[in-house]
Each structure stands twice: as C-alpha cells, then as structure tokens.
Design a protein. Sequence first.
Lengths: 501, 424
Amino acid sequence: MSDYISTDSDWTFELLEKYDAEIARVAALYRLDTYPNQIEVISAEQMMDAYSSVGMPIGYNHWSYGKQFLATQKGYQRGQMGLAYEIVINSNPCIAYLMEENTLPMQALVIAHACYGHNSFFKNNYLFRTWTDAGSIIDYLVFAKNYVRKCEERYGVDEVEQVLDACHALQNYGVDRYRRPKPVSAAEERMRQEEREEIRQQQLNDLWRTLPTKKQDANAVRNKRQFPSEPQENILYFIEKNAPLLQPWQRELVRIVRKISQYFYPQRQTQVMNEGWATFWHYTLLNHLYDEGKVSDGFIMEFLTSHTNVVYQPGFDSPYFSGINPYALGFNMFQDIKRICENPTDEDREWFPNIAGKDWLDTLHFAMRDFKDESFIQQFLSPKLMRDFHLFSIYDDEAADHYRVDAIHNDSGFRRLRETLARQYDLSVREPNIQITSVDIEGDRSITLRHTQQDGMPLAGDTYEVLKHIHLLWGFDVHLESWDGENMLKRMSCPSISVEL
Amino acid sequence: MSYIIDRRLNGKNKSMVNRQRFLRRYRGHIKEAVQDAVNRRSITDMDRGEQISIPTKNTHEPRIGHGQGGRQHRVYPGNKEFNTGDELEKPQGGGGGQGSGQASNQGEGEEDFTFAITREEFLNYLFDDLALPNMVKQSLARTKNFKTRRAGFVSEGTPNNLSVVKSMRNAHARRIGMGAGKRRKLKELQAALSEAENRGDFGAIETLKADIADLERRLKKIPFLDDIDLRYRNQVKVPMPTSKAVMFCLMDVSGSMTQDVKDMAKRFYLLLYLFLERNYEQIEIVFIRHHTSAKEVTEEEFFYSRETGGTIVSSALKLMHEIVSSRYDENEWNIYAAQASDGDNWDDDSPQCAEILRNELLPVVQYFSYIEITPHNHQALWEAYQQVGSDFKNSFAMAQIRGPEDIFPVFRELFSKEQYEEAI
C-alpha cells in the first residue's frame, strides 16, 4: 500500500485540491507567507488571451494587445512556441492560471511554483510592498477598462488610440523611482476623478497664465518661473500635470498608463529573483512530498524533466542561447545560498562571513524580502556559481577592432564579473537616462529633455518616433539633447530636423 | 487558503476586440493583401482565409532604448577557452546587440509581421465597399412574406393570447385602488368602535357595527377579476425581406470561347456567388449555356464541355425568361443574372436580345450584369446592350474584361457602393 496522492497522470479537480492542500501544508513548514490563492483552470485559447494582455486579467482595449495575440496565436498554431504553463498575477487573492492541457505533475509544479513561490514573493518582497497594492489592482484595472471604453464612446476610438499609443511609447518613463506612490484604489479614483480634473485644470491655467502680472514684481516673477525647478524623470507624470493642451480625459488616460506601468515596475526589477524564488520552491516543496512518500517515482521523474528544462542554461555559443536564463540563475543562486549556510567552504567563509553557517531558511527569506535583482546579485553571487556557469565578461568598445575578454571566473575576475552582471540588471543602466530639464513657459512653450549618455551609448533609432508621441501629448515643440558630460552631442527637435554637433 | 475555479467554460475570445482593433488599424494593408490574393488564387480557392503580412516597421511600437555602439560590458555563460585579456574578432555586421535584452527581438527584424484572417474576414475585406444594388428596395416593396412578432400588450384579443400574469397584476392593482377609500373608512370606524366600547356607549356601538358590516359587504363586492383587467399579448405582422436568391449564369460556349475565356468567366461567377451568399440565406444557381440554341446544364457541363457552331445569344435570354416564369416567382426570389460572352453574336440577333432584356427580363431581375471577355473591339451585341444600359441604369451594368487581372476591378466597379447609392 502506498501513500501516493495519485498514481495517474490525468488531473481532476479533487486531485488538484488534494495537491494544493499538501503543498500548502509543506509550504507552511518553510514559513512561506502568501496571499489566498485563486487557482483558475483555463484552456489554451484562454491562455493566449491572458498572454496578450501582458498578464493583466482585465485590460483596456488597444490594438497592440491584438497584435500580441495574433503573434502568440501564430507561434502556437505553427508549433514554434509552447505556451507558458502558468501565469500568475500579483493581486490579492493571488490569481494563477493553470492550463487544462498540463498533466497532473505539471499542475502540481505550477501550483507550487506560482501559488506558493511567486505568491509569497509578491507578498513579501520590499519592492512589491512599496510599489503595488495587490488588494486593489483588479478593481483599478476594471476602472481603467471602463474609463477607456467611455472615452472611446465619447471621443472616438481613433482619438483614444492616439493618446494611448503615445503613452505606451513612454510607459517606461512613467515611474517615480524614488518616491513611494500612493497605492491605486478604484473606488477612490472614481470618487476623486471629477474633482481631480477640475483642480488639474485650475493649476494648469495658473501655470500658463498669460495675463501680465503687476509691473513692480515682474522681474521677480520672471526669475521665479524657472520651470520645472528640478529635472523630472517621470515624463508621463509631468505631462499629465503640466501639458498645456490636453483635455481632462486625455490626462486621465495618461494617468492610467502611468499607474499600470508603475504596477509592473517591481516585476521588471526582480525577474531573476522572482523566478529563482518560485523555481527554488517548486523544487523544494515537491521533493519534500517525494521524501514523505506522497508522490510516486514516475511523478517525480516527470517533474524533474520539466524542472531541468526550465533551469537549463545554454552557453553563449549554443544555438539555443538567448541571454542568461533568469530561472537558471535565480534558482541556482537560492540553492547556493542554502548550500553556503549549510555546508560552507573556506572560500564561502571568506566571501560571505555574514551568512556562512547561519540558518538557511532565515537567510533565504531575508534575501527574498530585501533585495532586487541588481543588489541580490551584487550581494549573493558566489565564486562557486560563477565557476559553475563559466561566466566571463566581454568589453565591447565601438572604436576598437576587437572584443576584449574583461574578466573570467578566476580569483582576479570574480568581483569584476559580479559587478558587471549586477549592473546588467540595473534598470537605470538598462534604460537611457532621460529627464525633463526645462519648459519655456514664457516663450514658445517648448519642452526640453536631456539625455545623459552613459558609456557612449547612443539612443536607439526609433527615438524620433517617440519624440513625435511626446509632441502629440505636449502640443508644442519638443527638444531632446544628448549630453556626454559637459558636451552636447546631438539635439533633436520635433517637429523639425535633427542637428549633429 | 485556495479556491480552484474552472474557467474553461468562460469565453475564450477575450482578445477578439483587440484583434479587431488591430485589423482596423491595418485595414489598408489587409485590403491590399486580399486583392493580391484574389488575383493569385485559383478559381476554386476563393472561399478560405488568408495569411496577411505587414512590414514590421509599420506595426512597430517605438520605445526609447539604447542603440548600438558605445562602450559596453556584457557577461556571458559558458566560457571554455578564454582568458582575461584575450582579444576576439568582431563578427562582420550585425551581432553585438544581444546584451540589451528583448527589446531588439521585435524591433529590428526585417521579417514581416504575419497573421491569418478567417474566411469570413477575407470575404468581408474582399467585398468591402460593395453592395448589392436594389436589394433593400426591391425586397421590401414587393415582399409577400410576413413574420409575426410580439408587440407588447393590448386590452382586446382572443383568449389564446391572454396574458395571465399581466391580467392578474392589473386586477390586483385595481382591487387595491378601488378599495383604498373604503378600507381607510373601515379603519376609522373600527377605531371609533373600540373607543365607543371603552366608553360603553352602546347606541354608538350599534350604529358603528352596522356601518362596519355594510362597508365590509361593499369591500367584498369589488370583483376579483374584471373585464377591464384583461390583457392580451399583441402580435403584429412584419414584412420580411425575402432571403432567397437565384443566380443565373449565362455563357456563350460557341467555338470562339476558349477555355481561358471560360475560366475568366468562371471567376466572375464565383465572385458573384460568394457575394450573394453573404446576403441571402438560400441561393440557387441556374446554368444556361448556348451556342445557336440554349440549354440548362450542370455546373460541370457548363464550364468544361466543348461545343462548336454559331452564336445566337437571344436563345439563352429566352430560356432564362422561361425558367423565371415557370420556377422563380419574382415576388419570392431575388433574381440575379450574369452573362459572359466574347461579344460574338449572329448579326440580326443583337437587337432581339436587347428587346428581350428590356421587355421581359429587366423588369423582374434585381440586377443583370454583362461582361464581355475580349481583348478586341466590340461588336453589335455590345452596342445593342449599351442602349439598354442607359435606360435601366439601376438594374443593368456591363463591362469589358481583357485579362484575368481585370476581373476583380470590374467586379468592384459593377457593385461599388457609390454607384448604387441613389438606388438604395
């Protein structure tokens, strides 16, 4: 007689419940703290729908989601691409989609991965706690969808599309990086919306006042009206608050795109950690069940096959190579932290005096809670892992004829390698640094953005297209200057020509 | 705490709206692709979806990002033989951008964005801006088909249409309304009675009791159900446009018509058929071929059997008229006809053809189109028809097809919306 929860590979709802209960029991042993789970079983077609709305369960309508859907559909129907086994949404309750095509071991993997791994990450990582409010996101998305629909009815699909296109082009520049935003709340949004529209318009009118001020302090005013007083990095926010010609409903659309972008901001910064954490836990939880004799050999074999595929890291020269696999890096780092805690080598003691020999579960929770990809790698990537991955760093200077191998996995290279890799996950390095420096409020109302070049990297070719979008929102001339230190390299204007200096 | 929910029965077409938005945005591209497909496809192959490609640069969504160039450090896995300080040859052209993540996967590629549209959508784009002439006017004006539809409630009707719920509700309202005053009075009297009883005023008690009994009797007399309460479901007859159409294909099969010419004619018929199919529930097709005499034949025979001999077009028109009068009542059927020929006709016959068209056929058909498939100059038949055309602008059209590439443009021209705007 066996204690196996199941021996078949077909799933039923009863079995899903049993597995969920068992996994929850084991997860509690490891102190995984989660939101309640809402597990939804869906078909492949529905999975494609979920895919194309960038993981939002409810999204406003826009052609770009249709494009995404068509691309997914094509890839899937031609067999070029499998669908993800799961999609999980950072909400409370935490919504996870399971595909009906999955076998039972796969469903168990997904439940462990999404409903306990990702879920606990969403609930506890500091970025998610700071930047998102899981309890209200669904309501907000519903509000956004309805608002966009109403605007379409009132002002026409094309008008709305134009504004959304422009906002989408800037959505990575719609985040306050250093200030904690107010959590979104649909009820509040609706209530305050009208009030906000009025106030916004009033403030604006004040900024753009063209009536002459009293003569005696005209000079003082001129000096005072340096605007904005500090450079602004949140371009969408600035536009929402200050663009002179936008209608109130257009401002609201800008706000919606900005808010949703903000909601995804933590996810963009914790890819390695988030996936690594979830992968670590599906591996640990299901192995725990196996050790208890709750799942069969066949089950664990199938599970391990999938798991191995997920954490496979092809080398740079492999035809399958497409960058560093965040699942592989993240999973191995968490495994490695556990190893360092339990069986530290001399090298580990030297590199990680704070965690070597400590309680591994405490350390893991600490690592998950208080880091993002960049700092996580900087802090926890061990020499052993760099050796295992055979990491090396290439220096590519446009001016040179050759690539230079900058550092490899040896004693002199570890620190440099780790630093370089960490930087690679730093959003402020990955995205060009662009800030709004001035608006000519007394003159032609043009807006000037400043691109501070890093390491001589120019802006991508479609920057001018983005400028056109900014121009549409701002309504007056837009200038973009690229600076390298004290030198202005290039000035682009829309509408106008670009000048090379 | 977990809830497991089965969502599989929910709609799977959540992305439908977004997909439509996409198609709408790239309507121009798709239309072009569809028209290309029409000219490319074989004639039996019109009735399916199509792969559409749009150049990626048109569907690209611009974002601010790093371009290529500058000085970059990138970390890769899988080192085998490199050591610090090694110099590696730069690959010729391209490459290098891999480090910057996913953004470049979609943006820079030369490949077109391709996707499939369904048969329905294909036909929609194919027949976009086209309309069936006279459809609405004719079918409503002459209609003899009616459909009964519910139209609310009325106070008179036959017992089988009685609406019990509505009637009882009316009765209830009426009983409340009619009894309201009496019940109020009754309450007052009862209050007075209990007061009188407290006082012990026996005379008053007597009269009050009598009054109360009287009121109660009158309350009871309010009828439970009255004639005025009754409501009947109302039914009205709505004229229904006939949704049946018959399509006559007339073709010259004399010696001068080669297989090529017949193929072109077939494509034209096929387009017409698909077009009609979108507008009518039921379509019949009658094939009439002719040389010196006309005959009703099967599709196979119509397109592929060979005949020789002279040409008398009026024979086909006569046969069509006979078939219409014997089998297709003009009130019940929408009649369409398409005639194809290479323009040859027995010289004396052309005026007769025009005569038959004018007097017999055009008054009963919705639309008669004549296509002449010839690279040469027109002959007598064309001129005779032109006369007819100017008299029956709304129901007759003719055009010349020189080669396969003309078929769709001519079809569009014959059925373009603007041309028939006044007619509809």
